[in-house]
Design a protein around this ligand. Structure first.
Ligand SMILES: [Cu+2]
Length: 204
């Protein structure tokens, strides 16, 4: 069964500039600026994606078809309000009664599980390198990163939310990755959650 969750995170009403700008006979030559500056106060990210085997342009991919079968769904919603960011993950069709780790990562999903890069951090750990991602609890923690760990019910469904006191830097957070275990918090393993099982590309 495929459930398409259509949730409107934010009604970004398209304002059509008709009606209100009836051309009046103007004596002044200056033309009024017509560009509507609609400043969204949120990043409306409503993604209803179905996990697939890797293919170019797939919005959601699975690397482990037992934990995340082809056809499982992921819905990621992002809301920004008063400088805070909330991310909500809804999953269906996952392996039941199972722990998952989940985080926002910096790169888009790719053919290889590692393609999604390290975790997005609000304050970037200066000690982190490409080979040694941040595992310092001072930086790899759920206040400085977005963690969405969850445990599925027997039906394989899950819902988790995270709220942080900051907003994403544009273009620097591009995926949500599901991992094999709940996320560690001890020094040296902070932020680690085992293998990458699946990935959803989201422009946060
Ligand atoms: Cu991760």
């Amino acid at each position: 069964m495929r459930t398409t969750t259509l949730t409107v995170g934010l009604a970004l009403t398209t304002i059509l500039a008709t009606g209100c700008s009836q051309t009046e006979t103007s004596d002044e030559g200056a033309t009024a600026p017509t560009e509507q500056s609609v400043q969204p106060t949120t990043s409306p990210n409503v993604t209803a994606s179905i996990f697939m085997e890797w293919s170019e342009g797939a919005g959601a991919v699975t690397y482990d078809e037992t934990a995340v079968p082809v056809g499982a769904t992921a819905d990621v919603q992002v809301r920004v309000e008063d400088g805070k960011t909330s991310v909500q993950f809804t999953g269906t069709g996952l392996e039941g009664d199972r722990d998952f780790g989940a985080h926002v990562h910096t790169q888009q999903c790719g053919e290889e599980p590692t393609d999604s890069g390290p975790h997005y951090q609000n304050e970037v750990d200066p000690a982190a390198t490409e080979d040694e991602p941040s595992s310092d609890p001072a930086y790899a923690n759920p206040e400085n990163e977005v963690w969405l760990d969850f445990t599925t019910g027997p039906d394989g469904n899950a819902l988790s939310t995270a709220t942080v006191d900051w907003t994403f830097r544009e273009g620097e957070a591009q995926s949500l990755v599901l991992h094999d275990q709940h996320t560690g918090t001890e020094p040296g393993e902070a932020g680690t959650a085992g293998d990458r099982l699946a990935c959803v590309t989201v422009e946060f």
